[in-house]
Design a protein around this ligand. Sequence first.
Ligand code: ZN
Length: 477
Amino acid sequence: MQHPNILLLVIDTLRADYLGCYGCPDQLSENIDQIAHSSILFESAYSASNFTAPAFASLFTSLYPAQHGVYDFKIKALPPSPLLELLKSHGYYRKAVVDFGFFKSYLGESFDDMESLTDLTVNWSTEGPLVETQRAIEWLEQHHTEPFFLFLHLSPPHTPYRFPKGYYENMMRSDLFAENAAEFRSHETLGPLFPEPVDDRIPTEQIDRYNQCSRELGRIAVDGNHASFVKYLYSVEVKVVDDLVGAVVNTLRTLGVLDNTIVSLSSDHGEELWDHGSFSHGASAMYNEVIRTPWILSVPGQDETAGVVDENVSHVNILPTIIDLAGIEMPDEYLGRSVRGHVEASKGLSGADEKPLPPVYCETARLISVVDGDYKLITPNQRTSFRSRKERIRYRLGRIKQRFTGSERRALELYDLRADPGEKRNLAKERRAVAECLLSLIRDYHAGRGPAIEAARDLTKEEEDRIKKELEGLGYH
Ligand SMILES: [Zn+2]
């Protein structure tokens, strides 16, 4: 069987609600909306973490953070992703074009070839993402006749906000820009978010200032004007990345391979733009503006009917679903789970095998959340409170139970996402039984009995030992 090509587009920091196909009225995403028009749109796709390193580790391993062990950027290299090894064994050439070097160190082994923008000579201020996209396009032009898996990581709309020349000139003509830009740039904390374009390849001073300010951003109070201006900059960045996506997809169309390519578009996480009084992603919070992301999946060979999947899905489902739709069987011991049945049901295909989906988790070292049906619980993460490595292993093996302390119970946040999508009303005290129920799902997750490793339940002792070793090899200890 000839398997389709795969284009995995991951846009850093892109919120779902800034895209027209997810209801944004601002017309920032003409190209992405056009892809969505004949694709499957996942209404409730959740990242497995709220920032880049663990989120990508989950995307490429189909494991949650507690299983792959990546919680920060101080990480050792991940061993080759079994999912990408599977693609290789089915004849795919695995190419990646990324915008920073850390991908090479921790994901490089999963690809046949990875190019990083940081290896190229570019003007940091105005060319970065353009050059990166151009590299991906040139690669496609040269290699589209071989079966490919192309991973393209695009950095807009991640801060700092930098714009290619044409956009910058357009912005300068807008009243909002004229009235705010100079004052914004002179702001001690916010200014480095929007540096002046300069000709340096690597403007070290600007980057240092930005790094300094990014540590303080979550803590400072901003007035409405500043917040509006940041949202404006963010929205222009969405337009930039939408045009980049359009250029790549048009290349596939021009080369005549779009009809034989699965296109998956998602982000690694979103961005809080003072929705809950703070800015940025990462340590800040686990509200939906940070952890709910777009996921749009275009599948060739099926009819052009668009479909919408309403159920909660996780980024750990993305690769298994793509692999399944590409007609490749996943070995039973692989932990990731395909949601193909839900994709087919959303298109109204008869006979779709639509098994109920498990709860969806999101985890960092400090916080963990679970979404089950309409409810979402956020709580401090217990994994940080083990006294020793031995205790954590005993807990992982189910030999001891971790108890939630009084203060942690008080820190519970429970939201009804259907009635309160903005997550403004904490129901933890009012609906105690629901909170307890979701808390038990988090205990299951920590005890390794969570749905993601359900497949391991019926394994023989030898197989179980092997998987445990693999998990430990992935950094779980
Ligand atoms: Zn990111």
